[in-house]
Design a protein around this ligand. Structure first.
Ligand SMILES: Nc1nc2c(ncn2[C@@H]2O[C@H](COP(=O)(O)OP(=O)(O)OP(=O)(O)O)[C@@H](O)[C@H]2O)c(=O)[nH]1
Ligand SMILES: [Mg+2]
Length: 378
């Protein structure tokens, strides 16, 4: 049985990670609203700075600029400030062409949802805007967003914003989710002590609107809802530990422990993709290298065996072989330890997380999970 060194793992990780990203597919969103409504600011708050540059990309059709997430899991059509009326008509025509052309394309090429953004302080919603929304909704599902909504110290929304939302809801526009206006504030404003507001609500509404096939990409691309990323990871871990269990049904001799490594690497690559993170192979190599060395192992297979022996008191491993149950526990513990690492990278930005910290997080999470899991399985 060949074993794996740190460099092999880095390479394997890079391969599996590209595949995992491709598996996620893509979520495509179009964003409309007057200039200064706060479209770009909302996009940045939900998908991060990398996605919607404040500058202008090449217009793909009248008034519509297309941006892509660096990993290709999110496509954004940002309409740059147009007023209703003539320029609004041109934008809709352009959009209609894109929608018609993409009808015959795979679902990941289609536009899955639109945000229509109105700044609350406009305090009005005109007939021409309503007409625009109706025509837009005949092309793609429309989520109605009130932006820049201030809240008071008690977290209550400004009553004029509530009234505007109620007014819009009373006009019975064909909205998604049905007849709901989402109130948001994308930037905290310390002058009026108004914090970010409604972003989770907007993410939820967008999920509800997106077709099933685009939801995994949306979960990976957005930065607001960490619980969805965790749930996606839980599924990945479940699948991987089931494979590990099957592999160990005929108990694996210690000398063959490395047989589990490829599926474990595939698992952590898929978790990384589900978090929307891009960790370069060289970083993975360095990380697993130092992780293994800190336990005195030089290959991944020996690291696995060493970890087993440390956690399970001597003599309790029957016939010195890894059973299905133990293989599954090991894999689960590695999966959750990697989730902890991803959560840390998400919090700090991948490049700002130092290696010693990541190693620490991985190791303590791994040990705790594995100990508890092994005891429970007995
Ligand atoms: N306090 C606060 N300010 C915001 C918010 N959203 C946007 N702004 C400010 O409003 C201005 C316009 O925001 P943008 O996001 O650039 O507006 P836009 O809709 O993309 O505008 P165009 O690209 O011209 O169509 C910027 O100065 C933002 O900082 C918000 O939620 N709260
Ligand atoms: Mg903009």
């Amino acid at each position: 049985m060949p074993d794996f060194g740190a460099e092999d793992l880095g390479r394997l990780f890079a391969e599996r990670h590209s595949e995992a990203i491709a598996e996620l597919g893509r979520f495509n969103l179009a964003v409309f609203g007057k200039t200064g409504a706060g479209k770009s600011t909302l996009i940045n708050a939900i998908f991060g700075q990398d996605v919607a540059p404040t500058g202008t990309g090449p217009p793909i059709t009248t008034g519509l600029h297309y941006y892509e997430h660096p990993d290709g899991i999110l496509g954004l059509f940002d309409s740059q400030g147009f007023e209703t009326g003539h320029s609004g008509d041109a934008v809709l025509e352009g959009l209609a062409r894109i929608v018609t052309q993409s009808k015959s394309q795979p679902i990941e090429r289609q536009i899955h949802a639109a945000w229509y953004v109105v700044r609350w302080s406009d305090r009005r919603f005109e007939d021409a805007q309503a007409a625009f929304v109706r025509r837009l909704a005949s092309l793609v599902p429309v989520i109605f967003v009130l932006s820049q909504v201030p809240t008071n110290a008690a977290g209550e929304v400004h009553q004029d914003a509530r009234m505007l939302a109620q007014y819009v809801e009373s006009t019975m526009l064909p909205l998604s989710p049905t007849n709901r206006v989402i109130l948001t504030n994308a930037l905290a404003d310390s002058f009026i002590a108004s914090g970010q507001y409604g972003l989770q609500d907007l993410v939820d509404a967008t999920f509800e609107t997106a077709p099933e096939a685009a939801r995994r990409a949306l979960s990976a691309a957005q930065l607001v809802d960490k619980e969805r990323k965790r749930q996606a990871s839980a599924k990945i871990i479940k699948t991987a530990s089931a494979s590990a269990f099957a592999t160990g049904v005929t108990p694996i001799p210690f000398s063959d422990a490395a047989i589990l490594i490829p599926l474990q690497i595939a698992m952590i690559a898929r978790i990384t993709a589900a978090y929307g993170l891009k960790v370069p192979a060289s970083r993975v190599t360095a990380l697993v290298g130092s992780l293994m060395l800190s336990t005195g192992a030089t290959t991944a297979g020996r690291w696995l065996v060493g970890s087993l022996l440390r956690v399970v008191p001597g003599g309790q491993i029957p016939a010195m072989a890894i059973s299905g149950t133990v293989a599954a526990s090991l894999t689960r513990a590695i999966g959750w330890a990697w989730v902890a690492v991803c959560e840390q990278m998400l919090l700090r930005g991948e490049i700002n997380v130092d290696m010693a910290l990541v190693q620490n997080i991985f190791q303590s999470e791994f040990r705790n999970r594995f100990k508890v899991d092994i005891r429970r399985d007995k």
